[in-house]
Design a protein around this ligand. Sequence first.
Ligand code: DAH
Length: 431
Amino acid sequence: MTWAAGLCGRSIVERMQRPTVRLASTIASTVACTAAQAAGRRGNVTDAIAAKVSRKLLNDPCSPLHHLWAQVKAHFAAHHPAFAHFQDDQPVVTVRQNFDELLFPADHPGRSAHDSYFLDEQRMLRTHMTANERAIMAEGVRRFIVAGDVYRRDAIDCTHMPVFHQLEGVSIFTPDELAAGTQQPPLPEGLEELIAGQEVPAGASRDAVRLVMGDLHGTLSRLMAALFGEAVPMRWSATTFPFTTPSMEAEVFYNGQWLEVVGSGVLRAPILPPSVPAGSLAWAFGMGLERVAMVLHAIPDIRLFWSQDARWRAQFAPPSGGAHGRAWERRRFVPFSKYPPIGRDVSFYVDEAVAAFAENDLFDLIRSHADDLVESVEKIDEFVDGRGRSSRCYRITFRSMDKTLTDAQVNAIQDAIRASIASSLPGVTLR
Ligand code: DAH
């Protein structure tokens, strides 16, 4: 199966190393037109989401995400020069790449149109950068980091957007490398137990897995120290992902709280493509970039990453002529006045006999009218009335990042939201 089947015949590695502007805009228009055409099939990509696909924030020199990615690349170039760096701005992948090939069970919630964006039966917006791993490995790249935009239908609040960015890393160890590394130093405290409590990939020896996990732990520890400071406290815990075993996640203690930053593990045997020499083992990790940038720079609202306001952009514009020093990399965002919020409630009856109610449908509908002017949507009431009808009330908070909204503007958006709820959510009747 080729990458983003049918959209691009070239090798994925070749494609990613070239300027992506033209290709990415083709994808954006493909997504937009499919979003419109696919209504009624399985397509559920809204225009608000399609518009995000073309923004390519990682390429924007005034985006903190661009700087974080640059910092990660510089760290790998200095400490792990064998790693190739890719950026992939084309989020359309196949359902096979995103789920099947990564061994997600058939009933995994991510596969549903409630949680993910589909263009049609076969194609979707990737929900994680792990969807890219196999195609890159299949091209013979053994060690790499890759960053890109990922999409998930989600709640609306200051830390969640349906689009965000992830960094993914992979390192493959051939049987020769595994054999040569048997003289490994003792593993850091806790790691031995974490590994001992989990299965190893089919055909792998425990010693080889210890070697790979030790290398993964060291690589991630150095990356966290580079991003959060040498002395940053870290803790590791066992977890599960469909495609790794053993699996672990890392948290760092920063600004007085533990922050979950990476998921990682040793890839299960079927994840390695056939071109990888038999007997190889690989570690992989995934990290969310917004979440790291938000704590590093004290960015209070995830919508700011998408702001075009000069007062936002100026704060992350590269310093003229100067090199990026440590202090610059960690500078705190200075909020430029917060504009007043305007709240509006919407209440409706839900007839579950007609259709199950999915909150994510409501959130996408609101976003498709309000886009980034909606700050949060919260359920504030739910009850069953005397006639057995279920009623729900949601509070929508509107707030612009860069201007004061007027009541008239908000009323117009709210009217459009109400009209859409009435016409497009099955089983829902406005109160
Ligand atoms: N793809 C996972 C996610 O989005 C993160 C992840 C976990 C990536 C483990 C990996 C990994 O490569 O090995 O939640």
